[in-house]
Write a protein that binds this ligand. Structure first.
Ligand code: 5GP
Ligand code: ZN
Length: 111
């Protein structure tokens, strides 16, 4: 998708600190971390948000969570981590390519 920062990171035209990549998923450190570990897990298909998920593309979402489990191991945060997805501007979404924040390394506040 032209003008999508996460598509540009996935295709390598914008640099990122990648921590995991496979056929379906790219994961990299957030540029403005809100916790000691703050990684964005991004499907390699441009989906705007959760409302774009359907039976044809949900494998990309499942792969994001498979990646999350691997990243929690490699980042040594299996003791506790939070996964957040902001959907829609009202929820705080600023990049309109579906993604999951993996946050860890500090005590998380209540929602
Ligand atoms: P959202 O607000 O949509 O839930 O999350 C978007 C996240 O992407 C934010 O936490 C923001 O810091 C991060 N972000 C925005 N632009 C870039 C970028 O160019 N590189 C990286 N690594 N993170 C970005
Ligand atoms: Zn995109």
């Amino acid at each position: 998708m032209p003008d999508c920062i996460f598509c540009s990171i996935i295709n390598g035209s914008v640099a990122s600190d990648k921590v995991y990549e496979d056929e379906f998923v790219c994961a990299f450190r957030d540029i403005a971390p809100k916790a000691p570990v703050h990684i964005l897990i991004v499907p390699k298909m441009h989906l705007r948000d959760v409302s774009a998920v359907n039976a044809e593309n949900s494998q990309f979402v499942a792969k994001c969570f498979e990646a999350a489990a691997k990243i929690a191991e490699s980042e040594k945060v299996t003791g506790g981590y939070r996964i957040i997805s902001n959907n829609g501007a009202l929820a705080g979404q600023t990049v309109f390519h579906l993604h999951f924040h993996l946050l860890a390394g500090k005590k998380m506040s209540d929602l």
